[in-house]
Design a protein around this ligand. Structure first.
Ligand code: FE
Length: 230
């Protein structure tokens, strides 16, 4: 059976009501794993919508490709690494994040208006959406489950230091913690502090150090070990 996403859906449609058993050959069997129930339901729904001409499969493929390959926290990491290595870019990023992020070619959807919050030795920023789960998709991907949880949304504004401790981030009392409430109109990413010992690293190597959680502000970036490659 064709293992591509589109090929799988086509084979399922041909197989009728029980697509997981459809169009399988003995050679396929050793590589075959039955998708989860929810996955099968989604694929069945998709095949029906396509069959009835209600959605364009090319459009669906483009959307899936975007989420699989074009958005995600590696984009945010590239922005941070650029800001760490290019002072002029960092200045533009802090002054007008939306424009500076667009400079790197990232899609604006669900990130039409962005702000970047710089962590310093005196200030630590953390981002939450108290209302729902607003999140900068182009540069961070889809939000993690905990970001959408009631506990994170409510407790981060009441006791940010306590929440950060639960993420393993123990901030000294002299560091001011600022909590930013993301909305659909304005979304944030944190510009973490560049760790010590990274003076000789390339922009690419620096980007590899940047974690998703550091871009939300629930962790700091650790200094790399001695094996870090330039
Ligand atoms: Fe929201």
């Amino acid at each position: 059976m064709d293992k591509s996403r589109r090929g799988f859906i086509a084979a399922m449609s041909a197989a009728g009501a029980n697509p997981a058993e459809g169009a399988e050959t003995p050679q396929d069997h050793q590589h075959q794993s039955v998708p989860s129930d929810i996955s099968l339901r989604v694929k069945s729904l998709e095949s029906l919508l396509v069959e009835k001409g209600l959605v364009d499969p090319a459009t669906l493929d483009a959307i899936v490709d975007t989420y699989e390959h074009k958005i995600g926290p590696r984009n945010g990491a590239k922005i941070v690494a650029r800001a760490w290595t290019d002072a002029a870019y960092k200045k533009r990023l802090l002054a007008d994040a939306t424009a500076a992020i667009a400079e790197l070619g990232f899609l604006p959807t669900q990130g039409e208006h962005m702000a970047v919050l710089e962590n310093t030795q005196k200030v630590h920023n953390v981002v939450v959406c108290t209302l729902c789960s607003c999140y900068p998709w182009p540069v961070l991907g889809l939000p993690p489950v905990w970001y959408k949880s009631y506990a994170y949304r409510s407790r981060t504004v009441i006791d940010p230091r306590g929440v950060l401790k639960e993420f393993g981030l123990h901030l000294p009392d002299e560091i001011e913690v600022r909590v930013w409430d993301s909305t659909a109109e304005l979304r944030y990413i944190v510009l973490p502090e560049r760790p010590n010992g990274t003076e000789n690293l390339s922009e690419e190597a620096l980007a590899a150090l940047v974690t998703r959680n550091s871009l939300i502000g629930v962790e700091n970036i650790k200094a790399p070990g001695p094996e870090a490659k330039a």
